[in-house]
Design a protein. Structure first.
Length: 141
């Protein structure tokens, strides 16, 4: 016997899945409706007719909070993994996690000092007096 004997069930299964997917796509294409009307081009939102555009501008702070959440969530996973293996790791693990937490605290202090977590009104720096506005190209014509 060869080593490929164990792969035949997987090959048959994968072939069956591909045939099933192709059959469902073909049947939906053959039996599907081909009517075009105004409702066809509208997104379906639980039967509610959309008002306005779907291009809502989100504030950058939301993305920043999402990224910070993912980062601190991963850090929590590392700390929980250390807590599970606390007795096996001993002092070396304790020192390593203490250093890790110290780095987290320094990063949090840096984020607070740069205003990354401040959602208040942002003050823009005034334009420098020596900067001139761009020339109007219509005047040159």
């Amino acid at each position: 016997m060869t080593d490929t004997v164990g792969y035949w069930p997987f090959v048959v299964y994968a072939f069956g899945v591909l045939v099933l997917v192709a059959t469902m796509l073909l049947l939906s294409w053959i039996l599907g409706q081909r009517r075009a009307n105004d409702a066809t081009n509208m997104p379906f939102e639980s039967g509610v007719v959309p008002v306005g555009t779907s291009q809502v501008q989100m504030s950058v702070e939301f993305y920043l909070v999402a990224i910070l959440f993912v980062i601190f969530d991963l850090e929590t996973v590392f700390i929980l993994a250390w807590a599970v293996a606390f007795f096996e790791l001993g002092w070396f693990g304790f020192v390593a996690v203490s250093l890790f937490i110290l780095i987290l605290v320094v990063a949090l202090i840096y984020e607070l000092s740069t205003g990354a977590l401040n959602w208040g009104n942002k003050k823009r720096a005034p334009a420098k007096p020596h900067e001139r506005p761009a020339p109007d190209l219509r005047e040159a014509m």
